[in-house]
Ligand binder design. Structure first.
Ligand code: NAD
Length: 244
């Protein structure tokens, strides 16, 4: 039986994780931890930690997991570059699966996006559109960011320099090198992502729509089982699914 600490257990994803873990006979939740609870004491009794909290909380959790030798699954998004560096350092000591999206469908979308960008080539304009519920705190979503990073990688562009977030005023004609990024917020949308490849005369759109948080929760639980059987390192869901 694998013992899991769920960090952020009172949140939307935390609740889905606790419910999905209860349906898996190989998993047990040893601790449900939320803001203000004693994370360090709860660490001792688990084999792995699953973190779906808020961006500022994750790096310290990763360092505590590294000190305790516990595998870590990070679903939280919106980290700063400094946070990402601290997470990568912790992965020198423990296995960390750090993924902006744990759904099998979205990881297939990542794979398809790379293939489409390679096949369609530089004549196609690239745009990413995402929609999430009104309570989401970070923007664009970590999944949209990853999609843009894949596009930038294929095209030899940079996320920081070439992604254009929304357009207003008189931005002028679209440049060939920019990757458009558009974040829509409203209602209770769990997570929609579309990648648009547009050329004169034709357009390709790859889209994924999540309708239940259980898809992310089940993926994160699968990642936890995978992580405890692997050496220290920084992995993502493509590794867990064998899509590399
Ligand atoms: P939420 O706001 O419903 O829940 C977050 C929970 O974390 C809250 O209960 C909050 O009290 C708790 N929390 C905040 N700081 C904490 C701390 N220091 N220690 C412990 N708990 C703390 O948010 P949500 O919708 O559950 O999403 C959580 C995160 O997961 C977000 O960053 C979101 O973007 C991300 N997310 C990722 C995926 C994925 O597949 N990777 C899927 C959905 C959501």
């Amino acid at each position: 039986m694998i013992q899991l600490l769920i960090n952020g257990s009172n949140g939307r994803m935390g609740r889905a994780l606790v419910a999905c873990a209860a349906e898996d006979p190989t998993l047990s939740v040893s601790a449900e931890v939320d803001e203000g609870d004693d994370f360090l004491s709860a660490l001792a009794g688990c084999d792995a930690v699953i973190d779906f909290t808020h961006a500022p909380a994750t790096a310290a959790a990763a360092e505590a997991c590294a000190a305790a030798g516990k595998a870590l699954i990070i679903g939280t998004t919106g980290h700063s570059d400094a946070d990402r560096t601290r997470i990568a350092q912790a992965a020198g000591t423990i296995p960390i699966v750090y993924a902006p999206n744990f759904s099998v469908g979205v990881n297939t979308l990542f794979w398809l996006t790379r293939k489409a960008a390679e096949i369609l080539g530089p004549d196609f304009d690239l745009e990413v559109v995402e929609m999430h519920h009104r309570l989401k705190k970070d923007s664009p979503s970590g999944t949209a960011r990853r999609l843009a990073e894949i596009l930038a990688d294929v095209r030899g562009l940079s996320y920081d320099a070439d992604v254009r977030h929304g357009r207003e005023g008189m931005p002028g004609e679209r440049t060939r090198s920019e990757i458009g990024m558009h974040a829509i917020r409203g209602g209770d949308v769990v997570g929609d992502h579309t990648v648009i490849f547009a050329n004169a005369g034709e357009r390709v759109e790859l889209a994924h729509k999540a309708s239940s948080r259980d898809t992310f929760a089940k993926g994160a639980l699968r990642a936890a089982k995978w992580a405890i059987a692997h050496p220290p390192g920084l992995y993502d869901m493509q590794d867990v699914l064998g899509l590399r």
